[in-house]
Design a protein around this ligand. Sequence first.
Ligand SMILES: Cc1cc2nc3c(=O)[nH]c(=O)nc-3n(C[C@H](O)[C@H](O)[C@H](O)COP(=O)(O)OP(=O)(O)OC[C@H]3O[C@@H](n4cnc5c(N)ncnc54)[C@H](O)[C@@H]3O)c2cc1C
Length: 405
Amino acid sequence: METTFDAIVVGGGPAGAATATHLARAGRSVLLLERATFPRNKPCGEFLSPPVRGLLEELGVYERVLRAGARDVPAARIHCADGGSFAGGFAASSARSAWARAGGLSVPRVVLDHLLFENARRSGADAREGVGVRGLIRERSGAVCGVETDRGAFRAPVVIGADGGRSRVARELGVVRPIPRLQKIALVAHYADVPLAENHPVEMHIAREGAVCGLGPGPGGTANVTIVVAESEAPRIAGAGPAAYYDALLPAFPVAAEWLRGSRRTGLATCGTFGHSTARPVADGALLAGDAATFIDPFTGEGVYFALRGAQMAAETLLPALRRGDTSERALAPYARARRRELTPKYAVCGLVQRVVHREPLMAWLAPRFARRPDLTERLLGVTGDMDSPYRLMSPAYLLSLLTA
Ligand SMILES: Cc1cc2nc3c(=O)[nH]c(=O)nc-3n(C[C@H](O)[C@H](O)[C@H](O)COP(=O)(O)OP(=O)(O)OC[C@H]3O[C@@H](n4cnc5c(N)ncnc54)[C@H](O)[C@@H]3O)c2cc1C
């Protein structure tokens, strides 16, 4: 027998759990379906940009996240392939919020995602783990009206696809647009006993030949050390085995390797990171949130921000649409417009940053300028840290300051 809800959310990661929380709190009957069982890990650099603190607070989980194991990350440092480096703090952004001054956070995803999922349940969502969605159910008109799962079928006037970077919902809607240069492989390692000072920055290391490594100080002397390489490395990773491949590549990031000397690796996960956008994030009876809607290379570490902010934007459109009883593509279009207005310029800046970091001569030119002018670095961090408008980087005054620095 099929059960009917106001909304079905596919995927219980940050985007799905947050969307379900917003809808359930507004009194809507929400079914939240997650294939895995919590606590589950999600390969990630585990750095949260400063405004994520505010989004967690709004969801009612901020204090719980801090208590469960989080670490303040006040600054970021970029290490270039030629040995140069530059750094800046998050607190200097133009954003006036207390969150900006508090800086970024590092939280293990195994902790964060579990708390967010339980929070959705506590907010009234019917949150079910271990239920994989196999496909969409459609009306004769083509409008989505439910899902088939390995535990039966469920119906709702709207299905939210929050099922991550390889979203089945997005693929069934036929809207996925892969970004060829962002088909990559990530090797995500955790270390214990890493001797980093309390105020150690999150570090991005760029190696020759396009590999990058993020080192994020974690709670209790741990660190997340994520290396991202081109997809063409897949045969070498398979041939050597992920651990041997990782160990052989780590010395390409000498500063990170030095920090890790004498520490212990406690885990290593490998995953494909398949950059894509979508032709549109809404369809008749369906809406895409989080990575399902767009996923770009994780260099600037903003995916969780996009997931949680996107969930807020989704709820702002879904709640009036459900009230009016109209979940057509037209009724859901305000969400698409809001994303275009607010998130698309941010994706564009992230894309630009990723292109620049892989141009070694350009980085060799930029790094000393940023090192001489921490205010310019901080403006960059204000934007990539989700606090300032992307247009602050595009002003002629900023570009002139860089040229003359
Ligand atoms: C290597 C790497 C490093 C990253 N580093 C950072 C970082 O430092 N900071 C940051 O903010 N972001 C980072 N990101 C991005 C971040 O991980 C994602 O943007 C974020 O997880 C998106 O959340 P989501 O809820 O959309 O998707 P996910 O977190 O992927 O959650 C999707 C959920 O859907 C479930 N699911 C999938 N299919 C089905 C199905 N058919 N039925 C039911 N459930 C299903 C999955 O099990 C999963 O739990 C990184 C990403 C990668 C790959």
